[in-house]
Design a protein around this ligand. Structure first.
Ligand code: NAD
Length: 249
């Protein structure tokens, strides 16, 4: 199936985990992929993986916490492939743990920049490009922690709830212009992001999911591809949980 043939997509944080899985799957379905990551080597590995499989991708190294870097990634899509049709604003970090008053302010600000301001910058530059292209679709990465709280991940919860609200507001603004904007809310997914957590915390995460296991990056990517595809033509402003019933409890 080549449902994304002729489409160009920007995936941020595509050098690892969920972003990487989505970038590879989108390329396999025919999309031209702009592989953004902070880590040049990681981005290049993914571009090579896509090229080796017969797909088309270019790297765009940059920090999504900086507006000019995000603009650069959108500009790369347009200059390399002529237009931008789709975007997955995915890059994110876990950030400082602990109660609110235990968090260091530098860590707090960085999580807001990388997990929340990044999504604003993304849509700020992606939407005009999609208007030029005659329409588009955007998926923003939130989390179960963009729907429910956690006492010990305050900066992350704050950023991800912000992504949920920003997505709803933007979806309303562009719904009549053929630009769909949705958010995804994964439960705990087995990616390098979780390596930052202490071992006993990692183990305890399994029990929080009624499904009895963590999710995989591919399982999230499948939902992202659906939301970016024409099959989701009437889906906008929605919050898609991919969480083994975590938030259903
Ligand atoms: P990951 O660490 O495997 O991959 C994240 C990628 O983003 C890395 O390649 C990293 O280099 C890149 N990145 C980090 N900061 C960046 C920046 N400033 N600019 C550009 N790239 C940057 O993580 P993942 O688990 O695949 O997470 C991807 C997204 O999914 C994040 O937004 C995360 O909050 C969210 N998420 C993850 C889980 C989970 O359990 N893994 C659950 C819910 C939501």
């Amino acid at each position: 199936a080549d449902q994304f043939t002729g489409k160009t997509v920007l995936v941020t944080g595509a050098g690892s985990g969920i972003g990487r899985a989505a970038a590879v799957a989108l390329a396999a379905e025919g999309a031209n992929v702009v592989v953004n990551d902070l880590d040049l080597e990681a981005a290049q590995v993914v571009v090579n993986q896509i090229s080796d499989a017969g797909g088309t991708a270019v790297p765009s190294v940059g920090d999504v916490g900086r507006a000019e870097d995000v603009k650069g990634a959108v500009d790369t899509a347009v200059s390399e492939f002529g237009a931008l049709h789709l975007a997955f604003n995915n890059a994110g970090i876990s950030g400082p743990l602990g109660l609110l008053t235990e968090v260091d302010l530098e860590g707090y600000r960085r999580v807001i920049d990388v997990n929340l301001n990044s999504v604003f910058y993304g849509m700020y530059y992606e939407i005009p490009a999609m208007q030029q292209a005659g329409g588009g679709a955007i998926v923003n990465m939130s989390s179960i922690l963009g729907l429910v709280g956690s006492s010990t991940a305050v900066p992350y919860v704050t950023a991800k709830h912000g992504v949920t609200g920003m997505t709803r507001a933007a979806a309303l603004g562009y719904a009549n212009q053929g630009i769909r904007i949705n958010s995804v809310h994964p439960g705990y997914i087995d990616t390098p992001l979780l390596e930052a957590l202490p071992g006993e915390v990692y183990t305890s995460l399994v029990g929080l999911h009624p499904a009895g296991r963590l999710g995989t990056a591919d399982e999230v990517a499948h939902v992202v591809l659906f939301l970016l595809s024409d099959r989701a033509a009437f889906v906008t402003g929605a919050q898609y949980a991919v969480d083994g019933a975590y938030t259903t409890q």
